[in-house]
Design a protein around this ligand. Structure first.
Ligand code: SF4
Length: 279
């Protein structure tokens, strides 16, 4: 699949010390500009991945999902998931799981440890994060939603991966488990000594050798495979190639400027030759 990766908002309920964001305010992508780009790009690209921040906090999420699904994009959305609820009487705007199940083809949820304590060493702000994620996974079994579990593998949890597997292995709607090697960018750059690991390959290979007949796909996401190999459209509309080795980005255009559409799409198609990064 040729994938467009869009960071729709920097808003998030967490402030993880290892986050790839810079936390420079609550910025959202302009919906009209994004939809115009997606409309144009659809003849070349068939998958849309929404990330953030937390895309479920994007104020135009409903419009965007309706639009992208009408254009027949395969939609993948990565979230913490705290505001997925049928209960409208909440302090934060909620997103209905029923609505998500009609629009989102793959919902990514983060689980970074088998206990609240381990997971909280990466995803801060909520001391009961694993209790919440397990409740959410159980709740989502009532809906027709494909789930991808995203784990950031770091110094804080590398020894806990088998326990995470045991925690998630019996949920029927989990289709994929992605094991991302921690990459030091954004906020995470200054905390790289806390999280970076040297032997990601051995750790994950060792885990895989211990798992037989997993019901879901387990994917390695090595940082070298991602470095300078994908295009991200930021909330400001800038299309960038992240270069974590140098803690910088290479700018290739901006979707506000229609004359850069073809350049951006050409780079997306080139980057999708490394498509295991996204899928
Ligand atoms: S890592 Fe994810 S959950 Fe944590 S602050 Fe960043 S966007 Fe939010």
């Amino acid at each position: 699949m040729n994938t467009i990766l869009v960071e729709v908002t920097t808003k998030c309920l967490h402030k993880c010390a290892g986050c790839c964001n810079h936390f420079d305010g609550n910025i959202e992508i302009d919906y009209d500009i994004l939809s115009k780009f997606l409309d144009y790009a659809r003849r070349y690209c068939n998958k849309l991945t929404l990330c953030g921040g937390d895309p479920l906090l994007y104020s135009k999420l409903h419009d965007l999902l309706e639009f992208a699904k009408a254009k027949d994009y395969f939609i993948s959305l990565d979230t913490v998931g705290y505001n997925i609820s049928e209960d409208l009487d909440q302090t934060i705007p909620t997103v209905s799981p029923r609505f998500l199940s009609t629009k989102v083809d793959m919902l990514g949820l983060c689980i970074d440890g088998s206990t609240n304590q381990i997971a909280q060493s990466f995803r801060t702000n909520y001391i009961d994060i694993i209790d919440r994620q397990l409740n959410l996974l159980s709740f989502l079994e009532n809906y027709k939603l494909n789930i991808c579990i995203n784990t950031v593998v770091s110094k804080k949890n590398y020894y806990d991966l088998k326990n995470i597997y045991n925690l998630i292995k019996n949920f029927n709607n989990i289709k994929k488990w992605q094991l991302f090697e921690f990459v030091a960018t954004g906020n995470g750059y200054k905390n790289r000594d806390v999280y970076e690991i040297a032997d990601y390959d051995n750790i994950v290979d060792d885990l895989l050798s211990q798992i037989d007949n997993s019901k879901f796909l387990i994917q390695k996401k090595h940082k070298n495979a991602r470095s300078t190999n994908y295009i991200l459209i930021t909330p400001k509309g800038t299309a960038i190639i992240p270069d974590p080795d140098n803690n910088s980005n290479i700018e290739i255009g901006n979707i506000k400027n229609q004359s850069t559409f073809d350049t951006i799409i050409a780079e997306i198609l080139k980057s999708n030759e490394h498509r295991s990064i996204y899928e």
